[in-house]
Design a protein around this ligand. Sequence first.
Ligand code: CTP
Length: 397
Amino acid sequence: MSTLLLGVSGSIAAYRACDIARELIHAGHTVRVVMTRSATRLVSPDTFAALTGNPVVVDVFDEPEPGQIAHIRLAQEADLVLIAPATAHTIARLALGLADDMLTTIALATRAPILIAPAMNPAMWSHPATQAHVQSLRARGVVFIEPTYGVMACGDEGWGKIADTPVIVQAVQQRLQQAQDLKGVHVLITAGPTYEPIDPVRFIGNRSSGKMGYAIAEAALAHGAEVTLITGPTSLTPPAGAKVVRVQTAQQMFDAVQAAFDACDVFIAAAAVADYRPERPLPHKRKRNSQHWTLRLVANPDILGTVAQRKGNRIVVGFAAETDKALQHAQEKLKRKGLDLIAVNNVLEPGSGFEMDTNRLTLIYADGRIEPLPLMSKRECANRVIQAAREILARRS
Ligand code: CTP
């Protein structure tokens, strides 16, 4: 089955990690344990070594196998990293990207999904510092298995008890399954704005940040897909594992999509492509004067509309950012461009649109189904779009 890395940090709940390790082994997985130094004061590494049949590492300089750099090997071999229990301190170190012990070093070096089951005093869990760290980890795709309500070892009552073992094991199984469900599927994504040059220093652009398209690339990777991201100019860092093609203009984006389209199974057009470009960009910077300046614009190619005409068996997904009659315009666009799915939002609504971290999407399917989604993070929106594309793909095969 899978190779799981179980990180144990220094909470009283560390003893629960023994049970979690045992259940994960019963489910057929190989479990390797890495402990923080304080966790070793609560449970002996020998206990985990006996339970898992594998050596336990604590120190960055622990090298159980000669000739191998343990933290890199463990990070690369893990299919999933589960940190249970995770203390407030460990969560803070993970959020900051510190690498000051074996557990945090592996967490930084791994490309595997990370799940965290926190366990701490309720005041520590609800503290704004902890919650800010949780948010920043969530924004990077880390999944939290929420703590439950109860009486703590210290006598305090509230939210902070580590989740029950079956809940943790189920979360691990679900995440492993998700990581496989787009294996072998190639997802092509466009993201960001395009810049259409007026002269060497000026351009026509738009306010797209690229966040939606980048979040879709990340979500597709999290489901195990092979991802090609064709991106206009943005300040974002592309997700690790995606093949990235950087472009500036709509014409360049069109050429890049045309070149990559045949090899894809799913095409998701999240870019805000400039519909028009200056007919003749000036070779030199235009000097200021008091005269009127008229720019003549010509239409750019409709990237999505063009490739959708030769879609064959591919799933083709569009976005529609509207300011009025959103559903009506999107339904019309879905038909006109021959799409399988369109995700529409009203950019004038609070919480939706450009430069925001949230969005309120409505998914419209080719079969007429309309699925309004609540206001949610762009990451969550991206997940829903990927899930919808996966469902259409599954129904088709
Ligand atoms: N799109 C594209 N190429 C273009 C324009 C749009 O690939 N030149 C894609 C966008 O990425 C999006 C969808 O088409 O997925 C709809 O974009 P939108 O700008 O809303 O639609 P348009 O066809 O440009 O229609 P209009 O601007 O008139 O609303």
